[in-house]
Ligand binder design. Structure first.
Ligand code: GLN
Ligand code: ZN
Length: 771
């Protein structure tokens, strides 16, 4: 028997930030990991964070039972779900206790690795900049109810108020995101374990029922993305998973959410599972048709009308009108329109806690923004009667028309762009000109840009920001560091040098701070993974470059050495991906503006004598739409913006790009279309695939598959790099192969950097000599 049959409260978000308004979670974790506080103090602090969060949500209007989602997680919600059902790879068997459960230290070991064991792999969560830990499962993984942390959190929430709504990654999404454990037989798919996993979820639901939870939320975002199985199979898998769970009687009511996009024709199958409530992302997805709503008579709809991943206020009158139309369709389909609840499109974990903490944003901009708390207020407003549907000037309909939003000169320039602006001469012509201009050996060696950021450099940047170090002192500190890094590279024998990026706190924020059209927050932190947070800038207006940004640093570096020094820029797609971006014009238009601003920088670098410019696009894959059907349009504008940035130079100027993710094959066509002369790419985890994709017929340009996995402190031996280079050269040929690490060295220490680069240069020389 289900515990109760109370409808979900009329306003409820899918999820809420968990790091805390002052990054309390991050601070507690880092103090605990460093041994500065003991476990009791750590537990006390995280308990206090949850109490404060629940209090805050109640004060915002989510005080009823199950109105507030329980969003707390020590590290990652996917890891939590995996641990709940016992999905732990064999190499971590030692962290399990006698019941197969994992304590906090064990959980952190899985997430962060130990001296002997590599952690679970980390990957981007759908098309966001949040990273989850990839569960590893095999045919023999012993699935059982291994952790009841989530039930304990619910019980604890009853101490703080009416009780939260427990949230779990759903069984289907969990297995679609999982990978086969090393050593699993060929052909094994994590989905093969669906029935077993569902069985454990059923036991977990029974525990929630016993604890008195009226609702449990299962997140199934996998339904919003194209998957390795067809839509028909997905519909069937829904029945086998959610259908089975809903058919159980010893359970709370079930809310199934489908954030990150529309689920289209899967809706009837989802409604047919017997779930008590179903959430739809109506910001990316369309309103369902009456036909798709067949079956809604027994299901409460939860309308995700407030965009959960942008920082813009919702046009409430528009949202109210869509809500009214949805209610009309629900009525037509035989459902109960008054039961439709309003929600966010996705968890609010992707936006900062509250605007209240910001003191320095321009007032006109602030008036158009909404962070997590403000979005909850929007939900509460929308669920009430304050917004007349269809009224044109309802509350909070704030047009963005203040200074900087629309800059005529920027628009005129973008409108005047021609196809020729995004074209360079034929690659063979360029390659020849570059060979003559640069005179590099075969298998040239280089790095990706940043060198380890030593404490002195961080301190100088922070002091300059605070105003305790003047401009001259700051410039001297940076130049000293650049000189040190240049002479180190010369001593190591690298062929193409970098200035080391000491002046950059972050590869996107640095450019946002030097371009017009961006605003920077003081406290706008969002979780990237675990304790790591980023503070994305807000791209609100037309983007242009008031003055050269990197030219002085690059030319100073070049003045110290006869070897070519690469100019180093962040590409338009990555700047968009890691900022909060305006939604009042197509993304492609915004990307083109950024591309043109960077084009000016690239040309100024060239004019100042820089012969190689690298434009990094590590986020090209991240923004790739979750649906195949939308890829073409995305690749079109993303590639165009990169080419606008890089096509203004002479044939002899060499353009590099750098990408860092392992699924090279997914975007190989786009990488080809970028038309960069040289592409360096992360390849620690997928070397074979990359080499397959870059045979000269399909990819004729320079390529540097990373030969040193910089994500680990391990120093690769010269032998193993030599081996990799031999294999790569056999496919790519000696003229096109570059020798470089996987990514920037910012997070590495000097000891391993020097040793690894020494091996890298040694290996390149050896393989070169074998030609
Ligand atoms: N040039 C950047 C660096 O070396 C690239 C970083 C990245 O790819 N994420 O740090
Ligand atoms: Zn990288």
């Amino acid at each position: 028997m289900t515990t109760q049959t109370t409808p979900l409260p009329a306003a409820t978000p899918v999820g809420y930030p968990r790091i805390g308004p002052d990054r309390e979670l991050k601070k507690a974790e880092e103090a605990y990991w460093a041994g500065r506080i003991d476990h009791a103090e750590f537990a006390r602090r995280t308990r206090e964070l949850r109490r404060a969060t629940r209090g805050r949500l109640a004060a915002l209007g989510l005080s009823a039972a199950a109105a507030a989602p329980e969003s707390f997680s020590l590290y990652d919600q996917v890891l939590d779900a995996a641990l709940a059902v016992g999905i732990v790879p064999d190499r971590f068997a030692s962290v399990l206790d006698a019941d197969g459960a994992v304590d906090d230290d064990g959980l952190f070991a899985l997430a962060r690795g130990t001296a002997e064991k590599s952690p679970l792999e980390m990957t981007k969560w759908f098309d966001t900049n949040y990273h989850y830990l990839v569960p590893e499962i095999g045919p023999e993984t012993e699935l059982h109810l291994a952790s009841t942390r989530a039930v304990e959190l619910f019980t604890e929430s009853l101490e703080d108020g009416a009780g939260t709504r427990p949230v779990l990654v759903g069984p289907l999404t969990l297995l679609l995101l999982a990978k086969a454990q090393d050593g699993a037989p060929e052909g094994f798919d994590p989905l093969d374990r669906l029935d077993d996993v569902v069985e454990v979820y059923a036991q977990l639901l029974a525990r929630f029922a016993a604890a008195g939870a009226p609702w449990v939320q299962l997140d199934e975002p996998a339904l919003a993305a194209d998957q390795r199985v067809s839509a028909t199979e997905l519909a069937e898998l829904l029945q086998r998973s959610l259908g089975r769970l809903a058919a159980g009687t010893d359970r709370p009511q079930l809310l199934v959410t489908t954030p990150y996009g529309g689920i289209g024709d899967l809706l009837p199958a989802l409604l047919a599972t017997g779930a008590d409530a179903v959430h739809l992302d109506l910001t990316r997805g369309e309103l369902p048709t009456v036909e798709q709503l067949a079956g809604v008579d027994t299901v409460q709809l939860v309308a995700g009308l407030v965009e959960g991943r942008s920082v813009w206020r919702t046009e409430l009158p528009t949202a109210a009108a869509r809500l009214a139309e949805l209610r009309r369709r629900v009525t037509a389909a035989g459902g109960a329109p008054e039961e439709v609840a309003v929600s966010t499109s996705v968890s609010l974990q992707h936006v900062p806690h509250t605007l209240e903490a910001e003191t320095s944003l321009p007032a006109e901009l602030t008036a158009t923004l909404a962070f997590a708390d403000e979005k909850i207020t929007e939900l509460v407003t929308l669920a009430g009667d304050e917004v007349a549907p269809g009224s044109v000037d309802g509350p909070r309909s704030v047009p963005r028309t203040f200074e900087g939003v629309s800059v005529p000169a920027v628009r005129e320039r973008a409108a005047a762009v021609t196809a020729a602006d995004a074209e360079r001469a034929d690659y063979t012509v360029r390659a020849e000109a570059q060979r003559r201009a640069l005179g590099l050996p075969d298998l040239p060696t280089t790095t990706i840009g940043s060198f380890p950021q030593i404490p002195e450099v961080r301190r100088a940047r922070a002091a300059h920001r605070r105003g305790t170090l003047d401009d001259a002192g700051y410039e001297k500190a940076m130049k000293d560091e650049i000189a040190r890094v240049i002479s180190l590279q010369e001593e190591l024998g690298l062929d193409v040098l970098v200035h080391g990026e000491p002046e950059r706190n972050d590869m996107v924020q640095y450019f946002a701070e030097h371009l017009e059209g961006f605003a920077t927050t003081e406290h706008g932190w969002v979780q990237s993974y675990g304790s790591r947070c980023t503070r994305p800038s807000i791209l609100f207006g037309d983007v242009h470059r008031p003055a050269p940004i990197t030219v002085d640093w690059a030319t100073y570096a070049q003045s110290l050495t006869p070897h070519p020094v690469k100019g180093m820029l962040t590409g338009p797609v990555t700047i968009l991906a890691w900022s909060f971006v305006r939604d009042d014009q197509p993304l492609g238009d915004t990307a083109a503006q950024v591309g043109l601003a960077l084009r000016d920088e690239v040309r100024d670098l060239e004019a100042a004598g820089i012969r190689i410019v690298q434009v990094d696009e590590p986020a090209l894959r991240e923004l790739l739409p979750l649906r195949q059907a939308a890829h073409e349009d995305y690749l079109d504008w993303s590639v165009r913006s990169f080419r606008l940035a890089t096509s203004g130079v002479q044939d002899a100027t060499q353009i590099h790009t750098h990408l860092c993710y392992s699924e090279f094959n997914v975007v190989v066509g786009a990488i080809d279309a970028l038309d960069a002369d040289v592409t360096s790419i992360e390849s620690a985890r997928s070397r074979g695939e990359i080499l397959e994709a870059v045979d000269p017929d399909s990819f004729p340009r320079g390529i540097g598959p990373g030969v040193w996995d910089i994500h680990s402190p391990r120093v690769p031996g010269a032998e193993e790099i030599t081996e990799q280079l031999r294999r790569a050269r056999a496919v790519v040929g000696p003229e096109r192969l570059w020798v470089n690490p996987d990514c920037g060295l910012k997070t590495r220490g000097y000891a391993e950097t020097e040793a690894s680069l020494r091996h890298l240069v040694q290996a390149a020389r050896e393989v070169r000599a074998e030609a």
